[in-house]
Design a protein around this ligand. Structure first.
Ligand SMILES: [Zn+2]
Length: 319
C-alpha cells in the first residue's frame, strides 16, 4: 500500500538524519575543547539560504506572467478565503457503539427532509483477481429482496414515501443512502438495516443482474473519463489491488457466485468499518437509539480497513 511505503520511506529518512545529528553534536564537543580557532564563516553568497531565496524569487517572478492554462480553474496567487459557511454548518456528533459501529449526525431541525446513509470502508480493492467485481455485484444485489421484503415491496415502500434510495461502489468505499421526509427517517433506516443484514441474494435474480452489469460495463467503456481513471489506476498501482477495475472483468461478472457475495459481506461489512450517517431533520440521541435497535446482526470483527489493506498492499509506482 502507498501509505505503508511512504511510512517506510519516512522511517528510512529518519535514520540518516539522526546519525547526522549525533555526529554534529560530537563534532561540536570536539571543537569547543580544541585550542584551534573556529573556522571562518563562508561568504554570504555561498549561503544555501540565499541561493534558495534567489530560486524562490525567480519562481515568484514567473507569476507576473502566469501561463493561462493554469488559470483555467483557479489562480496561483494566494487569496483570502472565508470559511464562515463551514463554521455555520451544524455540529457533527459521533457516537461509537460497543460493537465498533459509528453513528454520525448533523442535525438541522429547521429542515423538513433528511439524508440517511451507511458508509462502509469496503470496495473493489479488497477483492482478489478471481473475485474482482464482487463489491459492485453485491451493491446491485442488495436491492433485490430481503427475508421480509420482496423487490417489489422494497421499491413500493420507497416510492410511497416519495423517497430516493441509491448506492455507489468505489475502490475503497461502498455507500447506501436514502433521502426522505422528516417523518420517514426511521423507515429509511429500517430499510437500510434490512438490506444490509437480511438480503437473500436469490440465484435467479443474480443471473438476471449479470446482464445488467455487463451492459453497465459496456456503457462505462464508452465514457472517456471513466476509462482514463481505470487506465491511470492500472498504470499507477501495477500488480496491486487498486489497479483493478470496480466492475471487474467480463468473465468474473459471469462467474461471481452467491458464496462470493456472502463471503464479501461477512468479511467486510463489519461494524467497525461502517458509519451510519444522518443529516437534516434528525435528533442525534433518537437516531443512535434506532441504530442500536436495528443494526444487531453485524459482525464486530475488530479488524480495521487499514489492517485488511495491509494484507494486500497497493504499491504506487512513480518511477
Ligand atoms: Zn452498477
Amino acid at each position: 500500500m502507498a501509505w505503508k511505503r511512504l511510512l517506510t520511506l519516512t522511517r528510512r529518512s529518519h535514520r540518516p538524519l539522526s546519525t547526522t545529528a549525533s555526529r554534529s553534536f560530537s563534532d561540536a564537543a570536539v571543537s569547543t575543547s580544541s585550542p584551534i580557532a573556529p573556522p571562518t564563516p563562508p561568504p554570504p553568497t555561498a549561503m544555501i539560504y540565499d541561493r534558495l531565496a534567489e530560486s524562490v524569487k525567480s519562481k515568484i517572478k514567473i507569476l507576473e506572467n502566469p501561463d493561462p492554462r493554469f488559470l483555467k480553474y483557479g489562480s496561483p496567487h494566494p487569496t483570502l478565503k472565508t470559511h464562515t459557511h463551514i463554521l455555520s454548518s451544524p455540529e457533527t456528533r459521533i457516537t461509537t457503539l460497543p460493537n465498533g459501529l459509528r453513528v454520525a449526525t448533523e442535525s438541522n431541525l429547521a429542515s423538513k427532509t433528511a439524508t440517511v446513509g451507511v458508509w462502509i470502508d469496503a470496495g473493489s480493492r479488497f477483492e482478489s483477481d478471481e473475485t474482482n467485481g464482487t463489491a459492485h455485484f453485491l451493491e446491485h444485489m442488495i436491492f433485490k429482496g430481503t427475508e421480509k421484503r420482496s423487490v417489489k415491496e422494497l421499491e413500493e415502500e420507497i416510492e410511497n414515501m416519495g423517497g430516493h434510495l441509491n448506492a455507489y461502489t468505489s475502490r475503497e468505499q461502498t455507500t447506501y443512502y436514502a433521502k426522505v421526509m422528516d417523518k420517514d427517517v426511521n423507515k429509511a433506516l429500517d430499510i437500510l438495516a434490512d438490506i444490509l443484514q437480511n438480503s437473500t441474494f436469490d440465484e435467479e435474480r443474480m443471473s438476471r443482474e449479470r446482464d445488467v452489469i455487463t451492459m453497465e460495463m459496456k456503457e462505462v467503456e464508452g465514457q472517456t473519463e471513466e476509462v482514463i481513471f481505470d487506465h491511470l489506476h492500472a498504470t499507477a498501482f501495477q500488480y496491486s489491488p487498486l489497479a483493478r477495475t470496480i466492475l471487474g472483468p467480463a468473465k468474473n461478472i459471469e462467474t461471481i457466485s452467491r458464496d462470493d457475495i456472502r463471503n464479501y459481506i461477512q468479511t467486510h461489512y463489519t461494524a467497525p468499518r461502517m458509519v451510519i450517517v444522518a443529516s437534516g431533520a434528525v435528533k442525534h440521541e433518537e437516531f443512535v437509539g434506532e441504530v442500536k435497535k436495528l443494526f444487531t446482526k453485524l459482525s464486530s470483527d475488530p479488524n480495521h480497513c487499514f489492517t485488511v489493506s495491509c494484507q494486500g498492499p497497493c504499491i504506487f509506482y512513480w518511477l
